[in-house]
Design a protein around this ligand. Structure first.
Ligand SMILES: [Mn+2]
Length: 304
């Protein structure tokens, strides 16, 4: 019972209510909508998410997008860095995917003395643009490049005096919508990209096993960045930038539980939930199931 007294059923959860990195800012309402869903859902049982909200104004509408993203990411990096240093495993709910710059810069900074951070990026898109190659100008298409040290110094410097990630420790899964410049970038840096046709051919369990091997090889731990648009839009319509023919959730769950159960998993980020585009609460439900899997493992860890 002492484990209960220590509060394993209150899971610190970081709400990144920012959509400034996206063309459609609707993802800023993702954390609030998900909170409402979770709190009103009997299936969440006694597991309460202890929400940590971002300070007011960081991502205000009158702030230039790059500055809004940079300010949000600086705060987020401080938060994930502190939690990681305290032996916690940060749980982040976005927000558009630009918040990844903050999440992983902070975790990488905290791990600097123990070793490199691996990152498994599950997403329909590559998010590997730089300001020079972007077609849309949207910053949520740039976080992977920024974490690798390419892009605006306002983003790349958040990790500290070195880049957050090394290309050989990064793996993309579910890719199916990208611009040629992004694939050129990935090839030039030797980043493993497991595209959706390969996922369909080999099965999601098999490709995630390969991805896990990549992000754990030579690293002190890994992060999971899950863009909900990785899933088929029929199952997850409530996302910022849907792309057809995605991952099927049912096949994904087993492998996902394994990834989150591994003690080497140092932080988890769920992004791009856009409640304004959701239908029949499908995407909230899917996100709830994914968070529940991640949180159950966290409870086990804390209860030991
Ligand atoms: Mn993304």
């Amino acid at each position: 019972m002492s484990a209960v007294a220590r509060g394993p059923n209150r899971i610190p959860t970081i709400a990144v209510a920012c959509g400034a990195g996206a063309r459609d800012p609707g993802c800023k309402d993702g954390p609030a909508a998900f909170r409402q869903y979770w709190d009103g859902n009997p299936a969440s049982g006694d597991v309460r998410l202890a929400w940590q909200a971002m300070p007011e104004g960081l991502c205000a509408a009158d702030v230039a997008p790059l500055d809004a993203v940079a300010r949000t990411s600086r705060w987020l990096a401080e938060t994930t860095c502190k939690q990681t240093e305290n032996g916690r495993r940060p749980l982040v709910i976005g927000g558009d995917h630009s918040c990844a710059v903050g999440t992983w810069s902070g975790v990488a900074r905290a791990m600097q003395s123990s070793g490199p951070l691996g990152l498994l990026w599950i997403d329909a898109h590559m998010d590997m643009h730089t300001p020079e190659t972007t077609h849309s100008g949207a910053i949520n298409g740039m976080p992977v490049a920024a974490l690798l040290g390419y892009g605006s110094p306002k983003l790349t410097a958040i990790a500290g005096d070195r880049r957050a990630l090394e290309p050989r420790h990064v793996c993309l899964v579910g890719t199916r919508s990208f611009e040629p410049e992004e694939m050129v970038f990935a090839k030039r840096h030797g980043i493993r990209v497991i595209q959706m046709d390969e996922v369909a051919r080999r099965g999601i369990a098999d490709v995630l096993a390969e991805a896990h091997a990549i992000v754990t090889k030579g690293t002190a731990g890994y992060g999971l960045s899950l863009d909900l648009d990785a899933f088929d839009p029929v199952e997850a319509p409530g996302v910022g930038t849907p792309a057809p023919d995605g991952i099927h959730a049912r096949e994904f769950f087993d492998a996902w539980s394994g990834l989150t159960a591994d003690p080497a998993c140092r932080a988890i980020e769920f992004v791009e939930f856009n409640p304004h585009r959701d239908r029949d609460g499908k995407t909230a439900r899917l996100l709830g199931t994914l968070v529940a899997a991640a949180v159950r493992q966290e409870r086990l860890r804390w209860a030991v």
